[in-house]
Ligand binder design. Structure first.
Ligand code: PLP
Length: 394
């Protein structure tokens, strides 16, 4: 058993933690889990966007946000989309996922990961998460493929159903990077495409490389609860010229560029991020280094405080990774102590949340193929997310 599987002592001093959180945020009011920080810079770019009259999917802010992403993540291409869910859908589509295919992913994720797979009439197949990275377990992936898959006509095929395992979607849980070198190597060996669900991991690195840039494609979310926001929005990144071109083409109704003609060469979608949202994103991007710095300070404070108070564990992630500390996760001893903690903190006006109900426990996904999921269930029963937003001064 790994370190994280050892039982932890229950929290004795919730009141002291509440006091610490209130003192950090210098507030006696309701403290949200993660509020966006918006102010004058965002108002300025939004006003500039309105003045330009380019408020829909064409405009300089969309192009600028894409370029900022390329510069920051090191990916060759970035395609701005309406949100992370549809970014995942688009990535799976251009990766060639078709109806009846299987797509490997983790059960411990936000439901959008599985929904995006289902939107293509493919089925998610749930693997376990790793007890140290909290992302897709390379061990679970390797064992599953070695035992239950074979190669047929250049595809990876699930032996018992005969279905093609077309893609694998590891998710960087709460901004903690998954073990991407191993995951990519295993998938390459089995001819499976890797699409990273990097929705939560802008600013997170693995072995010095930005998350989302290890697989064929990576997808980020700028929902209002993420480390930076565009209201709603997402970004698909890739190093592959052809995939980037196709993703952008499909996101813009597959229109063939022309000064006046409306010619389209595929049935496609309207998934491009509007310029208004991108304007917000450009202003937010300037703040990202400060957001990351402040979140690291808060994560360190939580860890130091909890070790002193009650010897409790905060989620840490892999030593080879640099998390963005999007959401801080406290690991309690068992589900009953988690529930008491959730109740006490929320009653005191401190918003805390459990992790997601694992996908294999949701009605619509309970019949999907899955492996044993001990780490998924262990973490889902014990983790509580603590307030993690930055202190915003406009
Ligand atoms: C892991 C994960 N995947 C996908 C998404 C979907 O992103 P969006 O809300 O932008 O559609 C989110 C966040 O909302 C997420 O946390």
């Amino acid at each position: 058993m790994s370190e994280i599987m050892q039982p932890q002592s229950a929290i004795h001093n919730t009141q002291a933690l509440i006091a610490m959180i209130r003192s950090h945020y210098q507030s006696d009011d309701f403290i949200p889990l993660h509020a966006p920080c918006l102010g004058e810079p965002e108002k300025q770019t939004l006003n500039a966007c309105i003045d330009s009259t380019f408020v829909s999917s064409v405009g300089e802010f969309v192009t600028e946000l894409e370029q900022r992403f390329i510069d920051y993540t090191g990916a060759r291409h970035a395609v701005a989309v309406v949100n992370g869910t549809m970014g995942l859908f688009l990535a799976l589509k251009v990766a060639g996922v078709e109806s009846n295919d299987l797509v490997l992913t983790q059960s411990l994720t936000f439901v959008a990961t599985a929904n995006a797979i289902k939107m293509l009439q493919a089925d998610p197949l749930f693997l376990d998460v790793d007890s140290s990275s909290y992302g897709l377990s390379a061990d679970s992936l390797e064992a599953f493929l070695n035992e239950q898959a074979c190669q047929k006509d250049g595809n990876c095929v699930h032996k018992s159903t005969g279905k093609v395992i077309r893609a694998c979607v590891p998710m960087h849980t709460l901004g903690f990077a998954a073990e991407m070198d191993r995951i990519v190597e295993i998938c390459q060996r089995h001819r499976i495409k890797v699409i990273e669900d990097a929705a939560e991991s802008l600013g997170s690195f693995y072995q010095g490389q930005h998350t989302g840039t290890f697989g064929e494609m990576g997808v980020f979310s700028f929902n209002g609860n993420k480390i930076m926001t565009t209201g709603g929005g997402g970004m698909l990144v890739t190093n592959d010229d052809q995939l980037a071109r196709h993703a952008k083409h499909l996101s813009t109704t597959a229109k063939i560029p022309h000064a006046w003609l409306f010619e389209h060469d595929e049935i496609a979608y309207n998934l491009r991020m509007p310029n208004l949202n991108a304007a917000l994103g450009v202003a937010q991007f300037d703040r990202l280094p400060n957001f990351l710095e402040e979140k690291k300070v808060l994560a360190d404070s939580y860890r130091d405080f909890l070790i002193q108070q009650s010897n409790l564990t905060m989620m840490q992630g892999l030593a080879t990774a640099q998390p963005n500390y999007w959401l801080n996760g406290l690991i309690l001893s068992d589900q009953p102590s988690r529930d008491v903690f959730l109740q006490k903190t929320n009653e005191a006006g401190i918003q805390t949340r459990p992790l997601w109900t694992p996908m294999h426990q949701l009605d619509m996904y309970k019949d999907c193929i899955r492996t044993v999921l001990p780490n998924t269930e262990w973490l889902a029963e014990r983790v509580v997310n603590l307030p993690s937003g930055v202190k915003c001064h406009g």
